[in-house]
Ligand binder design. Structure first.
Ligand SMILES: [Zn+2]
Ligand SMILES: [Zn+2]
Length: 320
């Protein structure tokens, strides 16, 4: 079978690999179809300088023989695996009554039935709304210059880029989420997400398809925008960013606040107690990952913020 690889950078790298392998020119390269692990072994034999992750990556694209399909399948599987994989421990924690003392709204523990209904809705949305968009991801990523080649970027490059994406996405999320709380938009779009006044992990993506598109656009477009300006982004960094953002969203909806929760160490990190209050009170705490936008624009809804606001009002009255 002839190998057809559409990603230019990956094609180059892969064809030079095959040339090394067979000592032939690109035009006369013919390989048997083989299995994924057969591909992996072939690549391993002649590319000992590559890391295991890089060999797995190259073997995947080489085996699928279609970059759009390879990226599409990988993106969808990663999303499902990490969304449900991260949510499942919270389902057990709720059902078995672990960590009851850390439940924020302790009288509102979701039943298994509620969680199952929510999971069905989310799955339907993933297959009908997200899957077609994920299929467009590879062509869009290529158009914007995202790399799929090896070697992978260094851990430092991935770390600083992901930190920037968290800040950018949080800004997008704050303003669009706040806009979704405007009466007509709330009724038409955002009300679905607020069906659960005491959220749980699986409810992170329980939302109208329009909301999934508006807020999901921030998650995807911030890295794309970064790449458009810098020309420096690997799809792997994008995947790690999306997985971390999923973890953030699921944990923020978990309904549990622990003494070891991240915001106790990083005071500007939002965390579950920030978003749980948003679901309980339907107002304030609009941002996703950080607390600074709510603080700066006075939309924080925490006991401290309420106290501060009351203090300001009293002061204003006294000066009148
Ligand atoms: Zn909301
Ligand atoms: Zn929410």
């Amino acid at each position: 079978m002839w190998y057809v690889i559409s990603s230019p950078s990956l094609s180059l790298c892969f064809f030079s690999l095959i040339q090394d392998l067979l000592g032939t020119t690109m035009n006369s390269t013919v390989l048997p179809p083989g299995t994924y692990w057969g591909q992996y072994q072939d690549i391993t034999k002649f590319n000992t300088h590559l890391s295991v992750a890089e060999r797995l990556w190259v073997a995947w694209y080489a085996w699928v023989q279609n970059d759009v399909l390879a990226t599409g399948i990988m993106s969808f599987v990663i999303h499902e695996l990490f969304y449900f994989g991260r949510s499942l421990p919270w389902v057990f924690i709720d059902s078995l009554g672990f960590f009851k003392r850390y439940k924020i709204q302790s009288s509102k523990v979701p039943s298994l039935r509620e969680q199952w209904d929510c999971a069905k809705f989310v799955l339907l949305s993933h297959f009908t709304v997200e899957l077609p968009q994920i299929w467009l991801f590879h062509p869009m990523a290529q158009f914007c210059g995202l790399s799929t080649s090896i070697p992978f970027p260094s851990p430092w490059t991935m770390t600083y880029q992901i930190a920037i994406f968290f800040v950018m996405e949080d800004t997008w999320h704050y303003f669009f989420h706040r806009a979704l709380h405007w009466g007509p938009l709330y009724k038409a779009i955002h009300k679905i997400h607020h069906q659960y006044s005491a959220p749980f992990g699986l409810a992170a993506e329980y939302a109208s398809p329009i909301e999934v598109m508006i807020l999901g656009f921030g998650t995807v477009s911030c890295p794309i925008l970064w790449c458009a300006f810098t020309g420096n982004l690997h799809i792997l960094t994008m995947y790690i960013w999306i997985v971390l953002r999923l973890f953030q969203a699921i944990d923020a909806h978990s309904g549990y606040e622990f003494p070891c929760s991240l915001h106790h160490f990083l005071p500007f990190w939002a965390g579950a107690d920030h978003h749980d209050l948003h679901h309980e009170k339907f107002i304030g705490n609009y941002s996703s990952s950080f607390r600074w936008w709510d603080y700066l624009l006075d939309t924080e809804y925490t006991p401290d913020a309420l106290k501060r606001r009351r203090g300001k009002k009293v002061k204003a009255k006294k000066t009148q």
